[in-house]
Ligand binder design. Sequence first.
Ligand code: NAD
Length: 467
Amino acid sequence: MTLESTTVPSSPVVPVLRAAFDSGITCSLRWRTRQLEALKRMLVERSAEFEDALFADLGKNPAEAQLTEIGIVLAEIEHTLAHLRGWLRPRRVRVPLGLAPATASTMLEPLGVVLVIAPWNYPVQLLLAPVVGALAAGNAVLLKPSELAPATSALMAELVPQYLDNRAVTVVEGGVEITTELLAERFDHIFYTGNGAVGRIVMTAAAKHLTPVTLELGGKSPVYVDDTVDLAAAARRIAWGKFMNAGQTCVAPDYLLATRPVADALVPHLIDAIAELYDGDPRSSSSYGRIINDKQFTRLTGLLEGETVLTGGRSDERTRYLAPTVLGDVDRHAPVMQQEIFGPLLPIVTVTGLDDAIGFIRAGEKPLALYAFTNSKTAARRILTETSSGAVGFGAPVAHLGVAGLPFGGVGESGMGNYHGRRSIETFSHEKAVLTKRLVPDTLRLVYPPFTEKKDGFIRGLLRRLS
Ligand code: NAD
């Protein structure tokens, strides 16, 4: 049985994937590595088509497409191919004396049929990176690209069936209606990347079938800067992380916290950095992206109302251009501080010092990432131990995503569960506990009833020795 990618209601899709999984074809290491190699071939051979689709959807520069989308997935594939055999090896576990002689181990088994729902902002990376893990763990996979990045979605629907095993991997395109239908089906894991409101819908639907979920959500990721660092270098890093993909990055610095003197000294460097990154004019620079759609454009320009624009602020509705913008002296209760910005606006909130910055971060929801530019060991330690976030980046925003050995995921409102590298295999597997105990000698007889006085003494003695 094979499946073409489809936009029709999904009901036949899941049973076909389940039949493929139940047939056992996805389990062998050979099948898994072949799928990963095929995915790699697809990205390499059809690279130009992916670059074009990303340009059509987001005005993404081809170099940025390679760096932040295609390259990240290729690196994830390479890392997984290099380690998969080792990751899948059963792990021995020590057996307590009271159960000896016996052996214990854990083994990873595939879950079954996995649904991956992706957002529009990194429509290649955020669809395929989880798929790498799901396939490597031996699952059948249904891919649901975002309808809001239509060129990439259509390309996925065209290419995935040409490269991957159609019996066990399929793409379903569509919007809310189709996703709602899919979510009514029973999956063995749902991996969702997107906003928290839909995250709640996904989790509610999953609860009906007791399906485990990974929710990769967003939030307001702060960046704290103090006076112990080279502000010009910090400004370049912050501008790079913030304005990449026109600010539409889940781990972009959302807002900046600094004392007034630091903020005043930093702003000219931010202005210089923006000019440097975008050839002096972001509007005509091919390195600067565009806002995904009119709805987001209107929301973002609305956030500018009443704010003090230190640089940027210009926009063009027709091309959905919104300049890299820095906002000064932003009120902590301003609309731009009440929601994830997810666009090229960087509000600066002035704080009285580290205590105030930590207090402000702690008063909000737990962010997906927290960045700090400081050379103070005390400040770094306090940030690490007194705040909670999906990740912390000292000296570089966004870059932690490029470390395959680090888990990627949020905490609290920014998500649950994580992936990348080995964590992906664990996310998409069940870790099964295995105990093997020979029948002879039957040492368990010592604890079988009836519980005579002698046995009672033996059991208490044993437990004392073990405690
Ligand atoms: P989106 O609108 O593309 O939605 C994501 C997916 O959810 C899509 O596939 C869409 O079809 C589906 N969807 C939308 N509405 C639905 C509904 N009512 N029922 C069922 N499915 C529905 O993307 P988005 O949510 O606008 O993405 C932006 C958000 O995602 C931001 O909050 C951002 O921080 C977050 N994000 C998180 C990560 C991460 O890795 N943690 C990465 C990227 C984006």
